[in-house]
Design a protein around this ligand. Structure first.
Ligand code: ATP
Length: 331
């Protein structure tokens, strides 16, 4: 069985009733309601390989949550289909629930009035996890997320960072193959964010879980994801590695180097232009659509020249993504 995610031509349209303004408008809306269709997700196709962490990115209202809701079985698609660890989520919700874990950073699935550890015990019973297995997993999660310092506290009294760490543990205690994370580190301080990222990396690399992550935090994307899928206005605009996306939309990098020999000849590098030369100081930039990434260019420069100093300027991933959202549909 494939423990990944397959999404094929997935679409979801919402039909809402428009309220006309004013009293007569309200009466007219009652008598003759005006229905409008909102195409939240349109014909999206992508895969997440087993054991891969993919970031699903897009501006507000792009359709990310709607996509995740279809993959977790909360919503049924209008058309298209999806399989999550071999199961059609909206047709077999219960079976799907056993295979997946989900964390929505803005909401909790824990019992508000119970201490965290009791919530974990209830989940153990719900998912019928053997006691020894549950204890071993909790020990592993505690080592990475430092849960024991607050797991006797009621959920309502936890800080945001403590609550989300508890939610993450709760979502993974039944050992799901596939994990959905909707803005898991929103509002956390940098230390807790890093702890959570380390935990997620461990779950992907050591436990082989398949993760679909949505976030607006580009540092998170850089630290965790190799591949990203970009959606805008409900449509998929890009599916590729961070390097590919940088290459397409982040064409503003520069490598500045000081050559050991002020008269040395500068080697021609494919896809790299020599922008400036003043004695030993040289500045390189990307040349054409097949230009390398800044890191590849830096490596090539160092390999071919003896340099005494080197610095690089790179387009911020936020800028790259902004360009990709705007121009992604054109490529
Ligand atoms: N139940 C619903 N009824 C009507 N429209 C909806 C419903 N749920 C979502 N939408 C609309 O569908 C579009 C996509 O929403 P969605 O929540 O999937 O976006 P998102 O990419 O997750 O955004 P954000 O980054 O702000 O969380 C939005 O225009 C939203 O208003």
């Amino acid at each position: 069985m494939n423990a990944g995610i397959e999404v094929r031509g997935l679409s979801r349209t919402f039909h809402t009733t428009v309220r006309r303004p004013g009293f007569t408008g309200a009466v007219r809306s009652l008598v003759n309601p005006e229905r409008v269709a909102k195409h939240a997700v349109t014909d999206i196709t992508f895969d997440v390989a087993p054991g891969e962490l993919l970031a699903l990115l897009g501006p507000n209202g792009a359709g990310k949550s709607t996509t995740i809701k279809m993959l977790t079985g909360i919503l049924t698609p209008t058309s298209g289909h999806a399989r999550v660890a071999g199961v059609t989520p909206y047709e077999e919700r219960e079976r799907n629930a056993r295979n997946i874990g989900a964390v929505f950073g803005q909401r909790t699935q824990l019992w508000w009035d119970l201490p965290v550890r009791e919530s974990f015990a209830i989940l153990r019973d719900i998912y019928a996890v053997p006691k020894a297995e549950h204890a071993a997993r909790l020990e592993e999660f505690d080592a990475l997320l430092d849960l024991s310092s607050f797991w006797d506290t009621r959920v309502r009294h936890l800080s945001l960072g403590q609550r989300v760490r508890s939610d993450l543990a709760a979502a993974l205690l039944h050992d799901p193959q596939v994990v959905f994370l909707d803005e898991p580190t929103i509002g956390m301080d940098v230390v807790v964010k890093e702890q959570v990222r380390e935990f997620l990396r461990h779950q992907v690399t050591e436990r082989g879980r398949t993760v679909l992550l949505t976030t607006h935090d580009m540092t998170e994307v850089e630290r965790l994801a190799e591949r990203v899928v970009l959606v805008n206005h409900g449509r998929l605009v890009l599916d590729g590695t961070l390097d590919e996306i940088r290459r397409k939309f982040g064409s503003t990098w520069q490598v500045r180097a000081t050559l050991a020999d002020a008269h040395a000849e500068v080697a021609a590098l494919p896809g790299v232009a020599l922008l400036q030369r003043t004695g030993p100081q040289v500045v390189f930039g990307p040349d054409g659509p097949d230009a390398p990434t800044v890191h590849q260019a830096l490596k090539a420069v160092i390999e071919r020249h003896e340099v005494t100093d080197v610095a690089l300027d790179e387009a911020d991933l936020e800028d790259v993504m902004r360009a990709a959202y705007v121009h992604g549909e054109e490529v």
